[in-house]
Design a protein around this ligand. Sequence first.
Ligand code: S3P
Length: 175
Amino acid sequence: MSTKRQIQNIALIGFMGTGKSSVGQIVAAQLHFTFLDTDHVIEARTGNTISEIFAQQGEPAFRALEKKIVAELVTRKKTVISTGGGLPANPDNLASLKTHCLVVCLWASPEKIWERVRSQTHRPLLQEPDPLAKIRALLAEREPCYRQADVLLNTEARALKDVALQVIHQYHAAK
Ligand code: S3P
């Protein structure tokens, strides 16, 4: 059974540090859409930070919360959804987003990602002795999922606002 696709929203997927939240906020402001960040929804709903959820309940509990939110998003309209970096690694999540969103993946190399996230401490998966090696391994593992996006945008040589303009252009072209 195939579900008819109705593009009402934009979903930004991609690895940590590719600019999903920053780009998503610019796109939402320009299009007069609502901005929603799945990590923020999880934190608001549980009253815990992502790091606390990973530490106290483990990653599978976090992934279950993500899955629940993705299922709820199907009723959204005019929303830019910024997703956690691991969310599309679950094929059900990606399939669900595709029914109502143009799915855009923001891309960057492991070195660029490391440069962007190295001063931050809120990502439990990168609290490792060798974070760059972890980024390389996780990105390689997830690349096939990210490549299933409708649009793949390299963010390395572009300012955030230019990436946002590209997203908007692709959205108009897809409507
Ligand atoms: C994760 C990415 C994070 C957050 C959590 C796990 C991942 O979101 O969901 O720390 O598995 O890549 P960002 O991509 O917004 O950093």
